[in-house]
Design a protein around this ligand. Structure first.
Ligand code: IMP
Ligand code: MG
Length: 178
């Protein structure tokens, strides 16, 4: 399978630092609760939380969507909920990538009902043209066109999460693992 680097580790590092600065400015004097969406966001979360200059706690949620491996089917459920009360807190949901927007839209609906003081969305990669529901993302790392990306926590069938770069895969070219 062919992969091409889309964002280098330096570009990623720079962008995460910028996002951290922006979020820290927006929430100056406040405390944050980051809610990372497992598993894809674990690396982004760990970099982002260290790029913040405001105090931030972290919790994680895990979603499952059923259907084809690389395309969201629309049936989304929470398989692991957060363990923290978010009532009255400034919450930022952190995800690796938003595609159709179905999973984040659903998660947002669920979390809003728990009455946080504010709820923002932060995703590292935004495939904006693929959106199927209206969803405003407050903090975006990079916007890309269609294409399947891996690395920096993002996987393809659980592979390639460990790559330090974000790569686009050529799904047409299957070959033996090297
Ligand atoms: P959505 O509900 O369609 O927005 O799906 C978002 C989820 O699909 C992400 O959190 C990823 O787990 C997965 N996903 C969508 N596009 C990609 C991709 O290009 N690479 C890896 N995972 C992806
Ligand atoms: Mg995900």
């Amino acid at each position: 399978m062919d992969k091409k680097i889309l964002f280098t580790r330096q570009e990623i590092e720079r962008r995460v630092a910028e996002l951290g600065e922006r979020i820290s400015r927006d929430f100056e004097g406040k405390e944050l609760l980051l809610v990372g969406v497992l598993k894809g966001s674990f690396i982004f979360c760990s970099d982002l939380i260290r790029a913040l200059t405001v105090p931030a706690a972290i919790d994680f949620v895990r979603l499952a969507s059923y259907g084809a491996q690389t395309v969201s089917s629309g049936a989304v459920t929470i398989t692991k909920d957060i363990e923290t009360s978010i009532e009255g807190k400034h919450v930022i949901v952190v995800d690796d990538i938003v595609d159709s927007g179905l999973s984040l839209a659903l998660l947002k609906d669920i979390l809003v009902k728990r009455r946080p003081k504010s709820l923002s969305l932060c995703v590292f990669i935004d495939k904006r043209t693929r959106r199927q529901v209206e969803l405003e993302v407050d903090y975006v790392g990079f916007t890309i066109d269609d294409g399947f990306v891996v690395g920096y926590g993002l996987d393809m069938n659980e592979r390639f999460r460990e790559l330090p770069e974000i790569c686009v895969v050529d799904e047409g070219k299957e070959s033996e693992p090297s």
